[in-house]
Design a protein around this ligand. Structure first.
Ligand SMILES: *Cc1c(COP(=O)(O)O)cnc(C)c1O
Length: 490
C-alpha cells in the first residue's frame, strides 16, 4: 500500500506533491492497455497469450507500489515523476512487467543445450503426425472407452496394449501417467503390505526427490535391501526370501554408473528365481529403449537394455517412460505377463493414474510410426543420430550469422552433446557447437538474457562461454535463435 500519506510526507501544495503526480491504478491500467493494443503481441506458437485484466491490474498495482517506494527512497519530486510518465518510462516498465508475466508458464522455447531429452524443457518433442493426432483428440470427441464396432465398453489403452505387445514381445501392456507412477503401481500392487527385495546398488533417486526407498514406504511396501552398493548376487535375493516376500525387483540406475568391481543380478536369473518360488518379479527400466525394424539402433546411447530383451528375460512386469528413448508424449508404460498386467489394471490406484486421451493418442501414433519402419522420423531419435558432418554446416551457418551481429563473436567448435533424461549418463555424442561471446558481458549474463528473451533460448555454458549446440534444434529454431540474438544486439 501507499508507504506514506502524501500529506504527511510533503506538506506543500498538491501540485508539488510527487505522490499526487502519480496516475491512479485505473489510469495506469488504461495506459498499459493502450500500449499493449499498439504493440505487436508476442505469440506462443500460433496463439497470442492473453493476460486476464485482473492479472494486468495486479501487475500495474505492483509497479505503482514500486514507483511509490522509489519516490520515497530517491526523493523524487513531482516534476521528476511527471517526466517519467510523460517520457514513457512508466509505460515501458509496465510493458516489461507484463512481458515477464506473459513469459511465465509453459511457453515454447529453443533448446540449444544439445541435450535431446531435457526434462526441464519437456523431454521428447513429438513427430508432427503424432502432434496432429494429439490435437484432434484434444479438440474434439474421440472413441476412448468403447469398442465402436461392438458398442461394448472397452479399456482406453486396449489398442495401445496390443501395439506395445507387438513392439516388445510382451503378452500385455498398459499405460499410466509417467514411469514414476508405473513404478509405484508395480510396488503397491505386488508388494503392498508385504516385502519386496531390491539390491542396495539399485536404491536410486530418479530426480525430483523420487527415491525408491521412500516411494516403497509410501506404497506400504516393506523394503528388504540385499547385497552391497557395488555387488549383488542372485544368492543375496534367494537368501532374503521369506514367507512374506511378494516382489523381487530391479531398478535401472539410469542417472549414474557404478564402475569397477561390480556385479548386478541378471534379470533372467531373477525371473527364474521368482518363478521357482512363486514370487512376482518387476523391473523399473526407465529409459525404454525400443528398437524397431527400419530404424537406426539406439546403441549410440550405450548399454541400455533393449525392451524386447527385457521382456524375453521373463520378468513379470517392466516399467518404462513414454517420453525418454521411445520419443513419445509423457507416459509410464508397463509391459509383461498377462496375469501381472491384469493385476496392475485391477488395482484401484491404476484408475487414479490413468493416462489422458491426448497422451494416449500420441503414444498410439508414436508406436505406429515405429511399427511402420518410420522410427528414424521420430524427432528425438533423429536428433540423437545426427552426425558431426550433419551438424557442422548448421553450426557454421549460425556462427556466421551471429558474428555479423554488433557486439557478438562466434565460431564453430568441437563439442559433445548428451542424450539426457537420465538415459546413459556416461554417454556423450560428438557434436559441432557454436561458441559465442558478447563483448562487455559474461557468459552467465548472456545465458540469462537469452532465457528471458523472446523466444526463450536455453544454452550450455562451458569454459566461461555460451555454447549453442545445434543438435536439439527443431525446424524453424534457427530463425527463432537469430530473432532472440537480434533483440540483444544493438
Ligand atoms: C526416468 C526414470 C523414472 C521416472 O520416469 P518418469 O517418466 O519421468 O516418471 C523412473 N525410473 C527410472 C529407472 C527412470 O530412469
Amino acid at each position: 500500500m501507499t508507504p506514506k500519506s502524501p500529506k504527511s510526507s510533503d506538506p506543500s501544495s498538491p501540485r508539488d506533491n510527487p505522490f499526487r503526480a502519480l496516475p491512479s491504478v485505473d489510469e495506469a491500467l488504461r495506459l498499459l492497455e493502450s500500449a499493449l493494443d499498439s504493440a505487436q503481441a508476442p505469440t506462443h506458437g500460433d496463439a497470442p497469450r492473453v493476460i486476464p485484466r485482473a492479472v494486468l491490474a495486479e501487475v500495474v498495482s505492483n509497479e505503482m507500489d514500486a514507483f511509490r517506494q522509489r519516490i520515497g527512497k530517491d526523493k523524487l519530486d513531482a516534476s521528476a515523476v511527471q517526466a517519467e510518465i510523460e517520457g514513457g518510462q512508466l509505460v515501458a516498465r509496465l510493458l516489461a512487467a507484463c512481458a515477464i508475466e506473459r513469459g511465465r508458464g509453459v511457453v515454447s522455447a529453443v533448446n540449444a543445450t544439445g541435450v535431446v531429452l531435457h526434462t526441464n524443457l519437456g523431454r521428447a518433442p513429438v513427430h508432427p503426425e503424432v502432434a496432429e493426432r494429439m490435437r484432434a483428440a484434444a479438440m474434439g470427441y474421440c472413441v476412448l472407452e468403447m469398442d465402436r464396432f461392438s458398442a461394448r465398453r472397452n479399456e482406453r489403452d486396449a489398442r495401445l496394449g496390443r501395439l506395445l505387445s507387438r513392439a516388445t514381445g510382451a503378452e500385455a501392456g498398459i499405460a499410466v501417467n509417467n514411469c514414476a507412477a508405473a513404478a509405484f503401481l508395480m510396488m503397491q500392487t505386488f508388494a503392498g503390505g508385504r516385502e519386496a527385495i531390491v539390491s542396495r546398488g539399485e536404491l536410486v533417486e530418479i530426480g525430483g526427490s523420487f527415491r525408491v526407498p521412500a516411494v516403497m514406504e509410501r506404497a506400504g511396501v516393506k523394503l528388504v535391501e540385499v547385497g552391497s552398493t557395488n555387488r549383488t548376487r542372485l544368492s543375496d535375493y534367494a537368501d532374503a526370501i521369506t514367507d512374506d516376500t511378494s516382489l523381487l525387483m530391479k531398478v535401472h540406475t539410469s542417472n549414474f554408473r557404478v564402475v569397477g568391481f561390480t556385479e548386478e543380478v541378471d534379470a533372467a536369473e531373477m525371473a527364474r528365481l521368482g518363478a521357482e518360488r512363486g514370487i512376482t518379479t518387476g523391473w523399473d527400466i526407465g529409459s525404454g529403449r525400443l528398437e524397431a525394424e527400419g530404424a537406426q539402433s539406439l546403441d549410440i546411447v550405450g548399454d541400455e537394455t533393449v525392451l524386447r530383451d527385457a521382456v524375453a528375460s521373463g520378468v513379470d512386469a517392466i516399467a518404462f517412460s513414454g517420453d525418454k528413448l521411445l520419443g513419445g508424449p509423457q507416459a509410464g508404460l508397463l509391459v509383461g505377463k498377462r496375469a501381472a498386467i491384469r493385476a496392475l489394471r485391477k488395482n484401484p490406484i491404476y484408475r487414479a493414474m490413468r493416462l489422458d486421451k491426448v497422451s494416449l493418442a500420441g503414444l498410439e501414433a508414436t508406436l505406429e510410426l515405429l511399427a511402420a519402419g518410420r522410427g528414424d522420423e521420430i524427432p528425438s531419435r533423429r536428433l540423437m543420430h545426427l552426425s558431426v558432418a550433419e551438424l557442422t554446416p548448421i553450426a557454421e551457418r549460425i556462427a556466421a550469422a551471429l558474428s555479423a551481429l554488433n557486439g557478438f563473436e562466434a565460431k564453430a567448435v568441437d563439442s559433445e552433446s548428451q542424450p539426457g533424461s537420465g538415459s546413459a549418463p556416461t554417454v556423450f555424442l560428438p557434436t559441432k557447437a557454436v561458441r559465442v561471446e558478447w563483448s562487455g558481458h559474461t557468459a552467465d549474463d548472456l545465458a540469462t538474457r537469452l532465457r528471458a528473451g523472446e523466444p526463450p533460448v536455453f544454452v550450455r555454458v562451458q569454459d566461461d562461454a555460451v555454447h549453442l549446440d545445434p543438435r536439439a534444434l527443431l525446424p524453424g529454431d534457427e530463425d527463432r535463435l537469430m530473432k532472440a540474438f537480434g533483440a540483444l544486439a544493438y
